[in-house]
Design a protein around this ligand. Structure first.
Ligand SMILES: [Zn+2]
Length: 596
């Protein structure tokens, strides 16, 4: 049994998340975590909403809310959506908690003590009319990279690049239109070049990474510069140094605090579990493993910057040093990055309304219908396109006609003819063959999920489903009225195959596996689900705005990844369909909705 940290990218709390987001970080990670639990590993799946930085402030302004109110609002929306999708977080929290602030400041302090945080003069903007610092987001100008004319002083919303106010062409104050004055002031930088050698050495030990991630990371390491970690900003984690900590206009940069969330969320989970030291099993045990899931725009933070921060906190950069109060911390085992999901051929964009929010999707379709699409056709190794026509086809032709049909036909036939799981007679070769196929799926599919090959994993599972459907067609048990013994044997065989397949399917499609378990006469929880709990912040000093929802769960009843023999005589009732067949008209309806 291994401790497996499943670390999911932190969704940004400036609005609801769309299906492209959950295709990148959410569903693939949940498949992995559920499978690892079924293999008996000690899995901890953590994340939360990323709530600092300028876009939250801009969103808050546009809604007439405070930053804390806006963050709380979208934190709740996102928690509810991830819950509805059945993502089995042990803890989904927030970056505004007191626990997170404390952990971030501890890590900063350790990095600073070890000499990996440089204080450098940079040009900061002040307002000539007031003489006060002008926060980055209040400066607007033309992006030097793409020419977008309303880029902000910290990032360009058009091309997504991070900027400094001095990068902008023709900068102007968004408050009164005046041209800011740039004066020298101190800021903090993470000394990335001090980790170049250690990062190269670490990367050389990484095996099994997706080639795009490895190639991208190696390129990053060839050109490393100190990276700013403080901003002129009034929303974020205060800088824990004398002379800085009380300044209202200086905060740690949002990315610096957000990546530390993986650690702080584990610590928060341990504290809430009643064993405050339990987090160390995932972070300090050299045998523990950690898998980080994200979209490709976030690779840099997980394969370069976060490992550098961990090396620095361990005292393992070029300048040496000592581990801080959190001890020596594990670097990522693997950075699992997805490519992008596009939508009817276009990039998802909330502002351009090329978007399907998770919530809207789940109002009309089942969570497993979305999970199936993401697993079977998601952007695992290359960008992939979501189209409603393809969603319809996959749902109706594969999910309903393949897996759903197998479940319903076999259970309905057994219920009608026997009212129970029939007692099998002697198995024939054809029966043994089918059961060998579904049993072999545990090995083949398990290996694929363990290697984060979700598309191939569900593909192999569907092949076994097809074999079971073919078995039914070939043996035709509905024609066996004269030979109830053989009919019972055939139906027993196919029900056993269905039972095996519902186990193999459960990491991908947990909601329907739970239903199949019940249709087969099973009781209790088969595929454990997360739930929402309202909690109070554990500590003072953060920026949460009253009680808030976390996503958590008890996954101790997870079944084992193995074939369990069905018990003849188990009562079966006429099943209702597990999946819903969709009308072809939904394609036009959805496209109209998009264009509305
Ligand atoms: Zn730009």
């Amino acid at each position: 049994m291994t401790h497996v940290l499943t670390a999911l990218a932190w969704p940004y709390a400036n609005g609801p998340r769309h299906i492209g987001h959950v295709a990148g970080f959410g569903v693939p990670a949940d498949v992995f975590a559920r499978y690892m639990r079924m293999r008996g590993h000690d899995v901890l799946m953590v994340s939360g909403t990323d709530e600092h930085g300028t876009p939250i402030l801009v969103q808050a302004d546009s809604e007439g809310l405070t930053a804390a109110e806006a963050a709380a609002k979208y934190n709740r929306v996102i928690v509810e959506d991830l819950d509805a999708l059945g993502l089995s977080y042990d803890l989904f929290t927030r970056t505004t908690t007191g626990n997170h602030y404390k952990t971030v400041q501890e890590l900063f302090t350790t990095l600073h003590a070890n000499g990996y945080i440089l204080q450098q003069k940079t040009l900061g903007a002040i307002s000539p009319s007031t003489g006060r610092t002008l926060p980055d987001r209040y400066i607007e100008g033309t992006c030097p990279h793409c020419g977008f004319d309303s880029a902000r002083g910290d990032q360009c919303d058009n091309c997504g690049r991070q900027l400094d106010p001095t990068d902008l062409i023709d900068p102007k104050s968004r408050i009164n239109g005046e041209t800011p004055k740039f004066v020298e002031e101190d800021h903090f930088f993470l000394d990335l070049p001090a980790f170049a050698e250690a990062l190269h050495a670490w990367l050389d030990t990484r095996t099994g990474w997706r080639t795009n991630v490895l190639r991208f990371t190696k390129n990053l390491l060839d050109e490393m510069h100190p990276r700013p970690i403080s901003r002129d900003l009034d929303w974020g984690v205060p800088i824990p140094l004398e002379g800085w900590v009380d300044r209202p206009d200086k905060r740690l940069y949002v990315w610096f605090d957000a990546v530390i969330g993986y650690l702080s969320a584990t610590i928060e989970w341990a504290r809430r579990s009643g064993d405050p030291d339990a987090w160390k099993q995932w972070w300090q045990d050299p045998e523990a493993v950690s898998y980080y899931f994200m979209g490709k725009d976030n690779i840099v933070f997980h394969s370069e910057i976060w490992p550098a921060m961990l090396l620095g906190a361990n005292g393992e950069g070029a300048g040496g040093g000592e581990p801080g109060p959190l001890g020596k911390l594990n670097l990522p085992t693997e950075v699992v990055s997805s490519e992008f999901l596009t939508m009817e051929g276009k990039q998802f964009s909330s502002s351009r309304r090329v978007v399907i929010y998770v919530r809207d999707f789940l109002e009309r379709y089942s969570p497993d219908a979305l999970r199936y699409y993401i697993c079977a056709a998601g952007p695992e190794n290359q960008d992939s396109d979501f189209t409603w026509a393809e969603f319809l086809r996959r749902n109706n032709d594969e999910l309903v006609a393949g897996w759903g049909n197998l479940v319903n036909r076999s259970i309905a036939m057994a219920a009608k003819n026997f009212g129970a799981v029939p007692e099998p007679g002697e198995l024939e070769d054809v029966d043994r063959e089918l059961l060998a196929t579904t049993r072999a799926a545990f090995d083949t599919v398990g290996e694929l999920i363990g290697a984060n090959k979700v598309r191939a994993g569900i593909g192999e599972t569907m092949k076994a489903v097809a074999a079971a459907n073919k078995y039914l067609a070939d043996t035709a048990p509905w024609k066996m009225k004269e030979d109830p013994k053989r009919q019972g044997t055939v139906l027993y065989t196919v029900l056993q195959a269905v039972s095996d397949l519902k186990t193999v399917m459960s990491p991908f499609l947990p909601h329907s596996s739970q239903r199949v378990h019940e249709l087969l006469g099973g009781e209790g929880v088969f595929a454990p689900m997360p739930y929402i709990e309202e909690v109070a912040d554990l500590d003072e000093g953060g920026a949460t705005d009253g009680p808030y929802p976390i996503l958590t769960g008890d996954y101790s009843d997870t079944p084992k990844w193995e074939s369990v023999p069905l018990v003849p005589g188990t009562v079966l009732e006429k099943p209702t369909p597990v999946f819903t067949k969709l009308e072809p008209s939904i394609v036009d309806e959805e496209i109209e909705r998009l264009n509305a």
